[in-house]
Structures are given as C-alpha cells and as structure tokens.
Design a protein around this ligand. Structure first.
Ligand SMILES: [Zn+2]
Length: 320
C-alpha cells in the first residue's frame, strides 16, 4: 500500500509537471506572435523583483511601484485581448479541477487520489480492463439457462432481477443505501456483478475499496504484527474503515481460526454502525455461513444485509 501511495504521488507530480510545461509552451508560442508583449512581461517580472526588494523603501515609492504594476498588467490584458487571447487560456490543463492534480484539497486527500489508489488496489488486473469487460452493459443474460432446475429459481429471471436491483443500488448509492450479500456456487457471476457495481460507482466518484476476504484478513493480521510495521501503510488500513463502499469477494475461503477474522468482523460491525456500505460475496449459503461463524459477530449482523442468491451452471465453463 505504501508503495501504491508513493507510486501514485510520483504519477501526480509528473502529471502536474507535464501540464505546467505544456501550458508554458502554449503560452510561449502564442505570446511570441504578439508584438510588445514579451517586453511587458519582462518589465512585470523586473518590477516584481523590485517590489520584493522594496520592503524597506519609503511608502510613497512603494505605492508608485504598485501603480506601475497595475498599469503594465492592464496593458498586457489589452494586448492579449486585441490578439483574441485571454491569459486564462494559458493556465495548465489539470485533469482534476478540485486539486489541480496535487492530490490534496487543503489538508484533505482529494477524492481523485483516493480513487486512483483504490483502482490500483483492484488487484493485478488493471481497473480499466475490468471496467471495459465487466459492466452492466456487457452483462450477458443469455449465459443463464432459461429453465429452472427442480425446486430452484429460473436462473435467467433470477439474474435479471438481481442485475436490475444492483443497477438501482448504484444509481441511488449513498449513506442510506443498504448492504448486499451475494451467495451461490462458484462461477455463477457473483464476482462479475461486484465488478459491475464497483465500476459504476468508481465512475460516479464513489470511494470504493475492493478486496478478497482472504487478502483483507491477511492485511488486517499484518497490520497487528510489528514485523510488518514497515510494509503496511496504516492509511490503507484506515481506508477499509472510511471508504464509502467496501466490496469483499469470496468470504469463507479464509482460515476461520485466524485471530484476524475477529478483527475482520469488528471492521464490518464498525462500518455498519457508521453507515458505511459493504458488499459481500460467498460460495457458502447462509446456513453454512452461520455454521462457520456461529459464535462470531457475522450471524448477528446478517440482518443488515440484503441477500441475493445466484443460481445457474458454472458460467466460466460456458465462456471457455
Ligand atoms: Zn483531485
């Protein structure tokens, strides 16, 4: 995580430099064509230095300098105007207008920076390629059988309902939104659906962190052990508590005896109390889940989740 933050900071510094240099180049090119402008610019710069040095100059002289400066600026503006240009046109074109690509707004980390780091956290697969492949537009209902197995739901009708609910969830996402848990056998599209939601929300500027339960619990464990103090960034552990949506894939694959599992459930509990949303997915059904964590907090917090059962054959087999 520390590595990701540093890496992102470097990217931001480069982005700023590039935008500034490009603006300078654009300005230089345009200004060169306007006669008399470079002389005025030089004079403004010279006056600026004189004003800095004028701290112990008589008040009257200082006023004189200020007046001269104003005049020069006005001349410059008029020259630009007659050439059909505005000084604002030569400001750097930063990608984020909130933080001018500094990554900070005042003392706060800008949402764009958080998103950038969150996107990297999305794992080995780059976020963009996931977004392109797995989103609500690319969801293929045809992959789901239109025939119900005995005693089961019709897989296609079922996924259409889930998809429409999830789309509504992303469209209305906010502090009052509920929490979701996706259950079902491996390969029935749970991770795909999480990706759809994450993709949609990230595009809306929601601060989302996505992790597998295994990695999340591993991270929580390491954050408690002193030998990892150098490699674990506490701000990332904080993000698990403070992000708008925490999406956790594959619950139930972790080692349930791990001391960090308790830490994990405390995290879920804390988020629920703070009204910060969670999406869980698991290959277990709710009964198995309750059995696995019988004496743990999970069974007590399940009431705060809306369950969705995914049914159908293994889609990964059909896709191959
Ligand atoms: Zn920003």
């Amino acid at each position: 995580m520390k590595r990701l933050i540093e890496e992102t900071q470097k990217e931001y510094a480069l982005r700023r430099e590039k935008a500034t240099a490009q603006a300078q180049a654009r300005k230089g090119k345009a200004f060169a064509k306007i006669e008399g402008l470079s002389e005025i610019e030089d004079e403004i710069a010279r006056l600026g230095i004189a004003m800095l040095e004028s701290l112990h100059v008589k008040e009257g002289d200082k006023q004189e300098l200020l007046k001269k400066m104003e005049e020069l600026k006005l001349q410059k503006k008029q020259l630009l105007k007659s050439a059909g240009q505005r000084e604002e046109d030569f400001l750097p074109d930063f990608k984020c207008k909130k933080c001018d690509d500094s990554g900070m707004t005042g003392t706060e980390v800008c949402i764009c920076f958080k998103q950038q780091v969150a996107a990297k956290l999305y794992g080995e697969k780059s976020l963009l390629s996931v977004l392109e492949r797995e989103n609500f537009d690319t969801f293929n209902f045809e992959l789901y059988s239109n025939k119900a197995q005995k005693g089961q739901k019709n897989p296609r009708q079922n996924i259409k309902k889930i998809s429409s609910d999830c789309l509504h969830y992303t469209a209305t996402f906010g502090r009052e939104s509920g929490n979701l848990i996706f259950t079902g056998a491996p390969g029935v599209g749970k991770t795909f659906m999480i990706n759809c939601i994450v993709a949609e929300l990230l595009q809306k500027g929601v601060y989302v962190v996505y992790m597998t339960a295994y990695d999340l619990i591993d991270l929580l464990r390491k954050s408690k052990l002193s030998e990892y103090a150098q490699t674990i960034d506490s701000s990332f552990v904080d993000a698990l508590y403070t992000c708008d949506l925490l999406a956790i894939d594959d619950l139930g694959t972790e080692n349930a005896t791990d001391f960090a599992v308790d830490e994990f459930f405390n995290l879920l509990n804390k988020r629920l109390l703070d009204k910060r949303q969670i999406i869980l997915s698991t290959n277990l059904n709710l009964n198995e889940l309750n059995e696995m964590y019988s004496d743990r907090i999970l069974s007590r917090i399940m009431g705060y989740f809306t369950p969705y059962e995914f049914v159908g054959g293994d889609l990964r087999l059909k896709l191959n």
